[in-house]
Design a protein. Sequence first.
Length: 401
Amino acid sequence: MSRITKQPDGPLIVPDNPTIPYITGDGVGKEITPSMLEVVSVAVRVAYGTHRQIVWKEALAGENAFHQTGKWLPDETIEKFEKYKVGIKGPLHFPNEGDIPSLDATLRLTFDLYAGFRTSRWFLGIFTPIVAPEKVHLTLFYENVEDICTGIQWQKGTAQAEKFMHLLTDEMGVKSLRFPESSSFGIKVVSKEGVERLVRAACHYAVQHDLPSVTLIHKSDMMNCTEGSFKYWGYELAQREFAEELASGKLVIKDCTADSFMQDVLLKPEEFSVVVALNITGSYTSDLLAAMSGGIGVAPSANINFETGNAVFECLHGTIPYLAGKNAVNPSALILSAVMMLEYMGWHEASVLISRALEKSFEDGRATFDLARFMPSGHILSTTDFTREIIERIEGRYKER
């Protein structure tokens, strides 16, 4: 089995037959993951013939893993994602109780996948509330392991919350707590190293893809020590490491407060290309951009460490229990996440085949229920029919029905 590797400060090295682990996922994951695997495999075959092939290797996580192994995220799964560097996963259910953390967060923290990486573009034929959706073409980088992701928090009434309250009020002289005895607490963490590597990745991406600007989204007006430092360190990094690109006009670095951005990106999305934010702002921004381009059903996502090369690709939506097993769920988000994965690997020809097939299907009004119901003359397809149609379009044998 061939492995994707990466040398320090070097590019990703992808063999012609890389092994890529995948997690099927829970709920609708059992339907959308097989769809994605089949579509990607066909696209790779059509693009490269016998010269390239992905060797898929299943890894267990979520309910399926718990029933088979007694663990929600087995060590073997962690080892597979570490060994093979790049992987993809369906949505996972996890018990929202006790001290069991989110499985998604565990993967991000385990591999230090500091960059939440999401693209937002409109496909012709998809309904969106935006008047000019063709102007929506943005890439978001947001902090994935710091900010509120550290999980440093204490619930009201616990000994830890009381101790922290006394630290603030008695030892540090904090007077701004209105109701200290009944407060819960959370700590927002922002490091210079974390900001620099995130902004560096965003600037590299903008330069490599000939995108005109990188915009830092922040709330420095309210949190100067954290959000303000994010803005300051971001500018400092860009001016130090991308001075030539800034001087030549190849790259522009700018900033915008989060509330202003939420308005501006709706009114004039064409003014933004690459945006960078800390975690909480990035989470809000991500769903906003998804809505602008047609909804979470066509919203791909990735979690990447651009220094080590480790990456986990995933869809934004959850397990959607009420749709599970009904052959009605839209697999597009996970398929588009796989498109991002192919682009990350440098397999652009295969990624283009998939994107074009999806867009042509949407343009013809042929999609799953969540999208087709809003399309003029929309034709509702089941998950399996939609998958088959995308494959036929990729193979060039689709016939109008």
